[in-house]
Design a protein around this ligand. Sequence first.
Ligand code: AMP
Length: 110
Amino acid sequence: MDSIFTKIINKEISSEIQYEDELCIAINDVNPKSKIHILVIPKKPIENINYASDSDKEILGHLMLVCQKLAKKLQIDEEGYQILTNVGEGGGQTVMHLHFHLLSGNTLTM
Ligand code: AMP
């Protein structure tokens, strides 16, 4: 299940990397919907949260903590931010590789 994010993870196409470790990569969204718009992407190609299993607990927790650390690094932790994941076409997902959007600057309302 390769997507454009596989190519980004493998450095086959360039991106603005905010953070990277053995489990994930965080990049600036190419089409930002807010002042800060970062995608936190696991290196394991899980299609979306529907396809995560108990064995992915460490990865999922790690992604949340990377969002938290990026928010601190970018000094948006006090003002507030959003973490969002789209699930499936009906949920607005366009890239079929799990990712969390970290958004700050103009809050999406529910
Ligand atoms: P989603 O619609 O939730 O699947 O989010 C996919 C996101 O990936 C969108 O916000 C796109 O702007 C973003 N995106 C697509 N291609 C790239 C790319 N090459 N580099 C960075 N972000 C991308």
